[in-house]
Ligand binder design. Structure first.
Ligand SMILES: Cc1cc2nc3c(=O)[nH]c(=O)nc-3n(C[C@H](O)[C@H](O)[C@H](O)COP(=O)(O)OP(=O)(O)OC[C@H]3O[C@@H](n4cnc5c(N)ncnc54)[C@H](O)[C@@H]3O)c2cc1C
Length: 448
């Protein structure tokens, strides 16, 4: 099983691009792919443009947790819809995307964690989600080989899912292509085409495409793209490290997280591991600009992020990254076709040690692969899902804040409806673009 989608991955969708479409989607991650799929299902001619390869950035690098548990109450109804869509879409692919209903468990080491879980339960109940609290004794029974000293209990959602992201998102793209979406890889969108004060299409590195509606699902690049059009969002990117082990005995079929280790079983019998929390923020101009908006998050969790002085060359918030360009200039999107941060080896080694200590009876835990991804995060840990008032014809779906894989199918359905005048079916007030400019206090989502 190959975990990474890289420059060496063959181009599946070479183009050429058509001259026009009804809807253009920028970004071939899970959000863009699902938006394109549902816009096409609603009867529109859709073009999906990806600067590198489908799912090469966050959408293949994530842990593969499809999680209702611990969600912001305003996201939860959309996530419940996504849960149903995952089941449906998995039957429409030609491959096993690894979708399994094996549950997600959060292990609590403190009474404060337990209280946080208990406080979140009413949101689950209100949305018909089967989350429940486990006692320390029940945890020990459910995780027989696990070192449970100090564990106070847990929050578990048995209906939560897992899937293999690097298989699942390309498989969703294949459904979209089969149903008529024109996908083009290696095709960066330089900027929006604008006529008479509204969106008229896009200008790509390969030329113009006309369309009355454009959806931006650019992940970690969205803020940079929007700033060139005078729209500012306080989106930042943080590095998260991931390790994949060689196959191991089946210690737990689902996904779980303690303070030190998050783990998920894969269909190849290995485990995907990550250190939960403490993501790494590379400081750049955007970080300085966005700092005031992040104060509420910093106050709630002062040591929640590790700061690093500058991002590697070519990253969205690197000091040397161009902030302004014209349509005939090479853009940062062509300079970095795949955002591929090097993993922090020290953290990866510690992670393997922590996992082995957590399950002391396991045979030696061997590393099969390690990688990192840049999570696009927002000050309140919920995305922007809105139409841009200053640019009619532009819809924005970005800032999924580390939990966009699971919710992807329903966010795509919502964004497609938003762009084409369909029924969005959910209250999107919490995700409005104007919250960053209208004096609204930042209200970080639940940190459970
Ligand atoms: C390590 C890690 C672990 C995670 N774990 C989970 C998890 O377990 N569960 C979960 O739900 N979520 C998880 N997430 C978060 C989840 O992966 C993301 O929220 C989700 O993939 C975001 O999807 P996206 O489509 O918005 O962005 P991306 O997947 O980043 O896709 C954006 C795409 O847009 C393209 N693009 C950008 N600008 C342009 C342009 N100008 N022209 C053309 N193309 C462009 C990029 O090349 C990129 O491919 C995790 C993320 C990481 C990094």
């Amino acid at each position: 099983m190959s975990f990474m989608i890289t420059h060496q991955t063959p181009v599946t969708y070479p183009g050429p691009a058509p001259a026009q479409a009804d809807v253009i989607v920028i970004g071939g991650g899970v959000i863009g792919v699902c938006t394109a799929l549902f816009a096409s299902r609603a009867g529109h001619r859709v073009v999906l443009l990806e600067k590198g390869r489908i799912a090469a950035e966050q959408s293949s690098r994530n842990w593969g947790w499809i999680r209702q548990q611990g969600r912001d109450p305003d996201e939860l109804p959309i996530m419940v819809e996504a849960h149903g869509l995952w089941h449906e879409l998995a039957t429409q692919t030609n491959v096993d995307i690894g979708l399994r209903q094996t549950g997600i468990t959060y292990l609590a080491q403190t009474d404060a964690h337990m209280q946080g879980y208990t406080d979140w339960l009413p949101a689950a109940r209100a949305n018909g989600v089967d989350s429940k609290i486990l006692s320390a004794r029940e945890v020990a029974a459910q995780f027989p080989g696990m070192q449970t000293t100090g564990i106070k209990g847990a929050l578990v959602t048995p209906s939560d899912l897992r899937a293999e992201p690097w298989v699942a998102v390309p498989a969703l793209a294949a459904i979209a292509a089969r149903e008529g979406v024109q996908i083009i890889e290696n095709c960066a969108v330089r900027m929006l085409g604008i006529a008479a004060g509204r969106v008229a299409g896009v200008i790509t590195e390969a030329g113009r495409i006309a369309a009355p509606e454009v959806v931006l699902a650019g992940g970690a690049w969205s803020s940079l793209f929007l700033r060139n059009h005078g729209i500012s969002i306080p989106q930042l990117s943080v590095r998260e490290n991931v390790a994949a082990t060689e196959p191991l005995p089946d210690i737990h079929a689902g996904a779980a997280a303690s303070r030190k280790v998050a783990f998920r079983r894969r269909i190849d019998g290995g485990y995907t591991l990550a250190p939960p929390g403490a993501p790494e923020l590379f400081i750049g101009p955007d970080a300085f600009r966005a700092f005031p908006k992040y104060l509420a998050q910093l106050r709630a969790d002062p040591f929640g992020q590790r700061l690093l002085p500058f991002a590697p060359k070519g990253f969205p918030d690197a000091w040397g990254t161009a902030r302004r360009w014209a349509a005939d200039q090479t853009t940062p999107f062509e300079v970095t076709r795949i955002l591929d941060p090097a993993p922090n080896r020290r953290k990866i080694n510690r992670l393997l040690r922590d996992f082995a200590q957590m399950f002391p009876d396991l045979p030696p835990v061997r590393l099969r692969a390690a990688w990192a991804g840049m999570i696009d995060t927002m000050p309140d840990l919920v995305p922007v899902v809105d139409r841009a008032p200053s640019l009619p014809g532009l819809t924005i779906g970005t800032g999924m804040s580390g939990h966009g894989f699971g919710i992807g199918p329903a966010m795509g359905r919502v964004l497609a409806a938003l762009a084409t005048g369909g029924d969005v079916g959910h209250d999107l007030q919490r995700f409005r673009l104007s919250r960053f400019g209208d004096g609204s206090p930042m209200r970080p989502g639940p940190n459970v």
